[in-house]
Ligand binder design. Structure first.
Ligand SMILES: [Zn+2]
Length: 251
């Protein structure tokens, strides 16, 4: 027969084990309680996610018109300060079914910014977009692709997206160069970095879409690409691409 002391010790051990299990389970599942997922039709088709940073600009509407005529979807990582000045374009991005993402208010370098500054830059931009469109923003891209793990934790309820292919179109403001780059480097599952602030990029991209669609590529939003295999996306990491039947890549 157990005495009172032994019973108390056993009870304490059981409580300690239960608490430990609860902490471990909470740690494992907490990111997924804030995760994001979308259903994607025909995930095995060849997909590319075109992403346009730093806009909207004077060239964005022409890009939207071209994308609509080709039934292509894209993702726009906009700056808060430019969104304020281009409200009609922001509304059109949403109306046309593209994904609207956040690129901070004024293109800060997150590796040189405090967590408070990062959160302020991202959430103030979300607020601006919400006021213009009524839409909540879930995705963001760190400017320059610069971040620490702690930078991403400053925004722990949103999904960070980097890229797998950088056209360097801002440097090569040459339509033929950008066109050839997009066509020659195209591959399934890529997230391609472009800038809708360059007229050469807008013209080159629309031409490249025609060529690549003829090769069987579909142009989809970043959320569709990353969730094509049914994966849920979590905050705290930056996604880079996703091939069919593979996990989304990130670092
Ligand atoms: Zn940028």
């Amino acid at each position: 027969m157990l005495n009172l002391k032994e019973t108390t010790n056993k009870t304490n051990i059981i409580i300690a084990l239960a608490l430990t299990a609860f902490i471990i389970i909470s740690y494992i599942f907490t990111p997924y309680s804030k995760s994001f997922g979308v259903e994607v039709e025909n995930p095995s088709r060849k997909m590319i996610a075109l992403t346009f940073d730093d806009g909207p600009s004077d060239y964005t509407q022409a890009l939207l018109d071209g994308l609509k005529s080709k039934n292509a979807k894209a993702t726009f990582f906009v700056l808060g300060k430019k969104a304020q000045k281009n409200t009609e374009t922001i509304k059109n991005i949403i109306a046309d079914g593209h994904l609207l993402g956040n690129h901070t208010y004024s293109h800060i370098d997150m590796m040189k910014s405090s967590k408070n500054t990062i959160a302020s830059q991202i959430y103030s931009t979300n607020k601006i977009i919400k006021e213009i469109t009524g839409t909540d923003v879930k995705f963001y891209r760190p400017p320059y692709g610069h971040y620490f793990g702690t930078s991403l934790n400053a925004v722990n309820d949103m999904i960070a997206v980097k890229w797998s292919n950088d056209s360097i179109d801002w440097k090569h403001q040459d339509e033929e160069y950008v066109f050839n780059y997009i066509v020659n480097k195209a591959h399934d599952g890529e997230i391609l970095l472009l800038h809708d602030t360059k007229e050469t990029t807008v013209k080159a991209t629309l031409r490249a879409i025609d060529v690549l669609e003829a090769q069987g590529y579909s142009f989809v939003r970043v959320d569709e690409l990353l969730c094509r295999n049914g994966d849920k996306l979590a905050p705290g990491i930056a996604y880079r691409g996703c091939k069919f039947n593979k996990k989304p890549t990130w670092f």
